[in-house]
Write a protein that binds this ligand. Structure first.
Ligand SMILES: *Cc1c(COP(=O)(O)O)cnc(C)c1O
Length: 427
């Protein structure tokens, strides 16, 4: 579900025509729908309501302050993985009581920062990290609240680069050895092992891995308790899939059905760390066509957004739907299946200006012929789009605009040439 619709062959975000946004703020521009964001946050909150969960928005997905403020205002906490993300979470109105600190490589300074700000849970991923955190906490006269992150060793479930619960990845403690780790930590003055964490990977389009993971979590929590740990939290991470190709995503209720029985069985407070599910379908990347080019038997559509704006296609071979903002007569207003033959279209590679052959947003796509100046929308770009953007080729990072009903407002201005050199000028 999202609030991007075509009306009279013009893409609208909620009630705002997208060409109006492109005119006012320029391109490339990320356009977000606040109603879509809030719908998805609410759907997670409601699906899991019987467990009264802490829903901690995974800030790495899209850390824009205005989006994070919206999240905090509507009851969300935050999942942070760095000092910078903690800074954003706090600046957006987040408080430690709803902030979980994840990440496989926290520095001592980041641990201290987290403890000072009262982060309610540290997801810990190695024995060395555990004792480093314990030492930092002790030096501050505190006990660090810890969830041991376990790698449950499940079958592959998504792209190899984003699957975090198969054997051999860097994440979590091996399920075979985790009970030894927890046994040794009993009674440590700087550590309170109060939870178990799993983040299975992303995006996941089935509830089965959650069911399997939760079953393993239940068994482990019982063992942790036998060892004397007062386990209060079961943190099942994020990873819920979204619509990239068609309507393939599961509703939050499907994940809830898989996870809630485990939560009930162990009587824990549930923590969730959804990111993509909340913001992914709530954003589009809008670009403008620069040139058409035929070469090597292929048709290239060169437009002004590039891999530095949206790296997912080249990094993960990801599929994003691409369609004109104002499709002309003779083609569907919006195709049902972007991978099927579409009348009035020709196969095109959608590429940007960056000096890499890997700079593409879509390959071999059925798109109508477009001309210089036409606007293009890349859908489902709200998650891991702007967040993974860069200044490669000294390109200015795109603007971001948030739409609410008939209003739109800039939530990140387009960068300037001065911004590009700001950190270098005084050196
Ligand atoms: C990336 C990540 C998330 C969020 O994943 P989504 O697929 O965006 O929901 C949650 N928890 C951890 C530990 C992560 O690394």
């Amino acid at each position: 579900m999202d609030h991007f619709t075509y009306r009279d062959r013009v893409l609208h975000c909620e009630d705002v025509p997208v060409p109006e946004i492109a005119e006012k703020y320029g391109t490339p521009v990320f356009v977000y729908s606040s109603a879509t964001l809030l719908h998805h946050l609410a759907s997670v909150q409601q699906a899991f309501a019987s467990a009264d969960p802490i829903v901690a928005y995974s800030i790495k997905t899209n850390g824009n302050l205005s989006i994070c403020k919206l999240m905090a205002e509507h009851g969300s906490g935050f999942d942070v993985t760095s000092g910078g993300e903690l800074y954003r979470a706090l600046k957006s109105g987040g408080t430690g009581t709803k902030i979980v600190y994840a990440g496989v490589g926290k520095t001592d300074a980041e641990m201290r920062d987290g403890l000072e700000n009262g982060v309610f849970l540290f997801n810990v991923e190695s024995e060395e990290e555990l004792y480093a955190l314990g030492a930092v906490a002790q030096s501050m006269g505190k006990k660090a609240p810890v969830a041991l992150r376990v790698n449950p060793d499940l079958p592959p479930k998504t792209h190899a680069k984003t699957d975090t619960s198969v054997k051999g990845v860097k994440f979590g403690l091996d399920i075979e050895g985790v009970l030894e780790v927890s046994a040794k930590a009993v009674g440590h003055p700087g550590l309170a092992i109060v939870g178990l964490h799993m983040h299975l990977g992303s995006p996941i389009l089935s509830a089965d891995p959650y069911r399997a993971g939760a079953a393993k979590a239940v068994a482990l929590i019982k063992e942790f308790r036998k060892q004397g740990h007062d386990i209060q939290y079961l943190n099942m991470g994020g990873g819920f899939g979204i619509h990239y190709r068609k309507q393939e995503a599961l509703p939050a209720s499907a994940f809830a059905e898989a996870i809630l029985p485990a939560v009930r069985e162990v009587g824990c407070k549930l923590v969730l760390e959804p990111g993509r599910f909340i913001v992914g379908n709530a954003g589009v990347l809008v670009s403008r066509v620069l040139f058409n080019k035929d070469t090597g038997g292929k048709h290239y559509l060169i437009q002004d957004a590039a891999m530095n704006d949206l790296i997912r296609p080249t990094l993960y071979d990801s599929f994003h739907r691409v369609w004109p903002v104002a499709p002309k007569a003779g083609v569907p207003e919006r195709p049902e299946d972007y991978e099927a033959e579409i009348p009035g279209t020709v196969k095109q590679d959608v590429v940007g200006p960056v000096c890499e052959s890997g700079d593409f947003l879509a390959k071999g796509r059925n798109l109508p012929p477009l001309v210089r100046g036409d606007l293009l929308a890349v859908f489902s770009a709200g998650a891991y789009g702007m967040a993974m953007s860069s200044n490669y080729n000294s390109r200015l990072r795109a603007a971001e605009v948030l739409v609410t009903a008939r209003t739109h407002r800039l939530i990140r201005r387009r960068e300037t040439f001065r911004d590009l050199v700001a950190c270098e000028e005084d050196c």
